[in-house]
Design a protein around this ligand. Structure first.
Ligand SMILES: NC(=O)c1ccc[n+]([C@@H]2O[C@H](COP(=O)([O-])OP(=O)(O)OC[C@H]3O[C@@H](n4cnc5c(N)ncnc54)[C@H](OP(=O)(O)O)[C@@H]3O)[C@@H](O)[C@H]2O)c1
Length: 340
């Protein structure tokens, strides 16, 4: 085994202590000191540099059966992270390499080499492998182009539009010839960003009044595609504004993630008969085959600045939980990242 000199003895990691009911509370979690693990055969030890916090983690805090296994109580939580290899017991990955893996929420992780993807800090800033060039970027690309079957000339509405996924959906739609792109977000500052920096044609603050009315005003000719990040009244409003043969990609439903009872469904589903509309959910994890195509197409837009991105960076493992709660509160603009 090769390793960097002077590794610390203590590793700080976040555990789930109790399953949150409603909004997660700080008492549901604990920042625990543990030993820095020793990498076994075929493993590398990674010092995490950037850790991802994402809305889907709320689902894994619950015991309910879902597409990803629930976090185990009293064990470190999981999530995307990028770090530097500080010890290697595996062929093909050396000390000093940088890797993307799924053992976030901690400072050091022993990772099977087969679950670590090498990333190049010279090709792109390391944090972007968690965001604009990573999972959230691919989500935007797949949901818009594959699930919603976007085509040139479509009018596109996206909610959560100043967030990691939403900001990329709107800009990809513009770059691919949308006739009109409309976004909704939770503050006037975010709305200004959509209009002034990301080139949206219209945007509104969903806290200013009923989404249905604000969407009607922003999209008087209706929408062909709705990319849903939030669910609830946004989804109902989008069904109400859907054009003939319109398509709705259900990506997320963050407005209901902390609900303690099921939210009522949209009241206007029969409108899909009249519009021959289609609603389809998708999971990015089913579409990693599209990753090379995504990087080939979106990478040059990011490098040239045609596709802009923001990151909200929170410092320190001790603030990992607050960064996660911040995503649910809407503290972030673009991808929320924790820098260790
Ligand atoms: N299907 C998949 O494979 C997949 C993959 C990745 C992400 N997702 C989903 O995609 C969505 C966006 O994820 P992301 O990583 O890009 O997060 P994000 O948009 O960067 O952050 C979440 C944002 O949601 C907004 N929000 C919070 N509560 C809200 C509410 N009640 N109503 C409306 N907006 C609310 C906040 O912005 P405001 O200030 O605008 O409220 C917040 O910044 C999430 O629903 C997530 O679960 C799905």
């Amino acid at each position: 085994m090769t390793e960097s000199p002077a590794l610390p003895a203590v590793n700080r990691e976040w555990h789930l202590v109790t399953r949150p009911v409603g909004w997660p509370k700080p008492e549901d979690f604990a920042l625990v000191e543990a030993e820095v693990p020793t990498p076994g055969e075929g493993q590398v030890l990674v010092r995490n540099l950037f850790v991802s916090v994402d809305p889907y983690m709320r689902g894994r805090m619950s015991a309910a059966k879902s597409y990803a296994a629930p976090y185990e109580l009293g064990k470190p939580m999981l999530g995307g992270a990028v770090g530097e290899v500080v010890a290697s017991n595996a062929e093909g990955i050396a000390v000093g390499d940088h890797v993307l893996h799924y053992f976030g929420w901690r400072e050091y992780a022993a990772v099977d080499a087969k679950n670590a993807v090498k990333v190049d800090p010279q090709a792109a800033p390391l944090s972007t492998y968690l965001g604009v060039l990573g999972m959230t970027g691919l989500t935007a690309y797949v949901g818009l182009l594959h699930t919603a079957s976007f085509k040139q000339g479509d009018a596109v509405f996206v909610s959560g539009a100043a967030g990691a996924v939403g900001s990329q959906v709107g800009q990809i739609a513009k770059l691919k010839g949308a006739s009109r792109v409309i976004g909704s977000a939770g503050s006037d500052e975010k709305v200004r960003l959509l209009l002034d920096e990301y080139g949206f044609d219209a945007a509104f603050n969903y806290k200013d009044g009923p989404v249905r009315e604000q969407l009607r005003a922003a999209a008087p000719d209706g929408v062909d595609v709705y990319f849903d990040n939030v669910g609830g009244d946004h989804l109902e409003a989008a069904i109400g504004s859907l054009n003939l043969n319109g398509r709705i990609a259900i990506c997320g439903a963050i407005s209901v993630y902390n609900n303690t009872a099921p939210a009522p469904g949209p009241k206007n589903l029969p409108r899909l008969i009249q519009t021959r509309g289609r609603i389809e959910g998708f999971l990015v994890g089913d579409h990693y085959d599209l990753q090379p195509k995504f990087v080939e197409e979106v990478g040059p837009w990011v490098r040239s600045g045609e596709l802009k991105y923001r990151e909200t960076v929170v410092q320190g493992i001790e603030n990992n939980l607050d960064a996660f709660l911040g995503v649910l509160r809407g503290d972030n603009t673009g991808k929320m990242i924790v820098k260790l």
